[in-house]
Design a protein around this ligand. Sequence first.
Ligand code: KIV
Length: 265
Amino acid sequence: MNKKKTVNAATLLRAMQHGEKSVWLTAYDTASAQIADEAGVDVLLVGDSLGMVCLGFDTTLPVTLEQMIHHTAAVVRGRSNAWVVCDLPFGTYQQSPEQAFETSVRVLQETGCDAVKLEGGKPMVKTIYFLADRGIAVVAHIGLTPQSVKKFGGYGKRGQSKNEQTPLKNDAGAITEAGAVALVLENIPHDLAADITGMVDIPTVGIGAGSGCDAQVLVWHDLLGMSERNPPFAPAYANVRQVMNDAIRQWTNDVRNGRFPEDAP
Ligand code: KIV
């Protein structure tokens, strides 16, 4: 059997250098990790979108470290080749580099994942240096940063004006310099994402940021058509919500009509 190579920070960097696109997808449990890994996804991101797509919260803000650890450990148990990244939840890293280090150590030790992801530009640069200097693989995330939704008042596109574009470019440069291994660019103009991708020498991972990025990421529920509503930049490749609904309805009818279990399909 032709065993696929295990993905790591170095293989992702090499893919970028060879112009090969990497594929990232969120996952929150063992079954989804197994399915995505079998399908050839390179990176499984246990995003704090967990709070919204799995736990019924309106924002990512209520997600706790314990919840992230619980779900990330489940994803790690389901992966065979993919690299697993865990989002640091709101309030568990912004206070100081030391707080971020303590949180990251817990995440890495208690889940077995490979990297941590944190949101923010300039204010996070010192923290990225601190973690990277201590051997931690850090993925940064700028543009639309959902943990700041209360500050921005929504999930709209970032970086539309020149005033916003220069700081985003500066953030990308500083984050790279600080030692991040990849940079998520969420919901920013496509030409800005392409400019940033050309500027930095770590892989950029786009979501709503166009095809100029080195990699793409989508949320599991959006990709598979399981969300009630997708963001405009996240197309569904299937209608799994409908497939599940049909199967459950059919089984419900079969139970009520006495056809189950004898006449099950
Ligand atoms: O939480 C998440 O799923 C994310 C991705 C959308 C990048 O941060």
